[in-house]
Ligand binder design. Structure first.
Ligand code: SF4
Length: 413
C-alpha cells in the first residue's frame, strides 16, 4: 500500500483492516462513504436524547460532544444503532461477526447453538421478499440449520426466565418499601443500561438485577445444556440472532465471562447479518420450511414473544407479579393497557395503574432515550411517581432496533 488513496481503492473488507477503528466497539463508521449529512447526529440528539451540543472535525476525525452533569465530554454512545438505520449512504454499520460464526460452524470441535430473539421474526423476511405471514421463526430455524448450526432455540424460553426473575424481584422490592422514592427499572435492554450508567449513574441501583434473555440463554447453554449433552462448556459455541447492536457490547461485559467457559454468548449477529448469511449460503428463501426449535428448551409463553415490542416486558412482569401475589393467573386482558392503548405519541410514555388485591402498582413504559431522559427528569423533580418503569432504548422497542433491516426506499441488508 503506497498511500491513503490506495487504501480507499481496496475492497471493503481489506479497507477495514487499514482503519484504526477499535475492533472491540461494535459500531463502525466508514469515513470514505460519509457525506456529512448529519442525520446520525440528529437522531442521536433529537430522538435518542444524548444532548449533542457540538460536532467537531469531519469524516473519520468527527467527535460528537454532549453536555450534562456539569461537564462536557465525548458522547457516551448507547450503541442503540439508530444512527445506522438513519444513515442514507451506509457509512455507519455494525461490526460484522458473521465470519466468526462461519469459523465456529466449520470447527469440528465446536457444537454451535443459536437463539433467535422475538423481534427478528417481524422483519427478516421483508429483505428476502417473503410476505409477513410467510416469514416465520420456523423458517429462520430451517435457514440456520441448513447453514450448519447444530441446535436452534427461540429466545422466548429465556425471556420467560427473565420475567420470572424480574416479577419476583419487583414483588420483593416493592413490598419491602425499597421503591417508595424511585421505581424499579427493567434491565433487559443493553442500550438503556449503557445510557443509565453513563447519564444517571446514581440510579443504577434501581435497575432490576435480572440478566437479559440473551445472557440468561448463554448461561443456560454453557451449564445445563452442556451437561445434558455430556460435553464440557468450552465445546459449546453460542450465537445470538438479535435486532440489536448494543447486544454485541453486552456479550463482551466482564460480568458474563467465565474462565472455564469463556463468554456466555460467543457471537451476536443482527437481523441484517442473518440476512447476509442466508444470502451468502445461497439459500433460496422460497425453499425454507417451518422447523421446530430444539428440545429441551422448546417451551415458551406468549410473555416471551411480546418482549419485542414496547410495553411487552412490563405486561409480562406484571402478569408474573399477579401470579406471585394471588396464586392464580390474571385474566387475559388484565395488563394490556400497558402496551398500545392510550400510548402518548408526544412523549412516548404509556402510564397505567393496576390493582392487585389491595395494592396499587403505578407503572410507566417508555421507549426512545430522549423520551426516557425527560421521564427521568420528571421522576427526579417529583412531578410523577411510579413503582415500575420499563425502558427500551429504540423507539417502539426492539422491533425498531438498530440491527433491523434499513428502510430508506431501497432494500439494503
Ligand atoms: Fe437493543 Fe431492543 Fe434495546 Fe434497541 S430496544 S437497544 S434493539 S434491546
Amino acid at each position: 500500500i503506497a498511500n491513503d488513496l490506495d487504501i480507499l481503492e481496496l475492497p471493503f473488507h481489506q479497507y477495514l483492516e487499514h482503519q484504526s477503528w477499535d475492533k472491540t466497539f461494535p459500531l463502525i463508521r466508514d469515513s470514505a462513504k460519509c457525506i456529512k449529512c448529519m442525520r446520525c447526529v440528529q437522531v442521536c440528539d433529537k430522538v435518542q436524547g444524548l444532548g449533542v451540543w457540538d460536532v467537531e472535525g469531519t469524516g473519520y476525525h468527527t467527535t460528537v460532544n454532549v453536555s450534562g452533569h456539569n461537564s462536557i465530554r465525548e458522547a457516551d454512545c448507547a450503541l442503540c444503532g439508530q444512527c445506522i438505520t438513519h444513515c442514507p449512504v451506509g457509512a455507519l454499520r455494525e461490526r460484522s461477526d458473521t465470519n466468526e460464526v462461519w469459523k465456529a460452524i466449520e470447527d469440528p470441535d465446536k457444537i454451535v447453538v443459536a437463539q433467535v430473539a422475538p423481534a427478528v421474526r417481524t422483519a427478516w423476511g421483508e429483505e428476502l421478499g417473503l410476505a409477513p405471514e410467510d416469514a416465520t421463526v420456523g423458517k429462520i430455524i430451517d435457514a440456520l440449520k441448513r447453514m450448519g448450526i447444530n441446535y436452534v432455540f427461540d429466545t422466548t424460553f429465556s425471556a420467560d426466565l427473565t420475567i420470572m426473575e424480574e416479577g419476583n424481584e419487583f414483588v420483593k422490592r416493592f413490598t419491602s418499601g425499597e421503591l417508595k422514592d424511585r421505581p424499579m427499572f427493567t434491565s433487559c435492554c443493553p442500550g438503556w443500561v449503557r445510557f443509565i450508567k453513563s447519564q444517571f449513574p446514581h440510579l443504577v441501583k434501581y435497575l432490576s438485577s435480572a440478566k437479559s434473555p440473551q445472557q440468561m440463554f448463554g448461561a443456560v447453554m454453557k451449564t445445563y445444556f452442556a451437561e445434558k449433552l455430556g460435553v464440557s462448556p468450552e465445546k459449546i459455541y453460542t450465537v445470538s440472532v438479535m435486532p440489536c447492536v448494543a447486544k454485541k457490547a453486552e456479550r463482551e461485559m466482564d460480568l458474563y465471562y467465565e474462565e472455564y467457559a469463556g463468554h456466555d454468548i460467543d457471537a451476536v449477529i443482527t437481523t441484517r447479518e442473518l440476512i447476509r448469511m442466508i444470502r451468502s449460503a445461497h439459500i433460496s428463501p422460497q425453499t425454507l420450511v417451518d422447523v421446530e426449535s430444539d428440545r429441551p428448551m422448546h417451551e415458551g409463553t406468549g410473555a416471551g414473544v411480546i418482549f419485542g415490542a414496547t410495553g411487552g416486558v412490563m405486561e409480562a412482569a406484571l402478569r408474573s407479579a399477579y401470579y406471585i401475589i394471588k396464586g392464580e393467573n390474571p385474566p387475559a386482558e388484565a395488563f394490556t393497557a400497558v402496551r398500545s392503548q392510550g400510548f402518548n405519541e408526544n412523549d412516548g410514555v404509556q402510564e397505567a395503574n393496576f390493582q392487585i388485591n389491595d395494592i396499587t402498582v403505578r407503572t410507566a413504559v417508555v421507549s426512545g432515550l430522549g423520551n426516557t431522559r425527560e421521564l427521568i427528569r420528571k421522576i427526579e423533580s417529583g412531578e410523577v411517581h411510579y413503582d415500575f418503569v420499563e425502558v427500551m432504548a429504540c423507539p417502539g422497542g426492539c422491533v425498531g432496533g438498530g440491527g433491523q433491516p434499513i428502510h430508506d426506499g431501497e432494500e439494503r441488508a
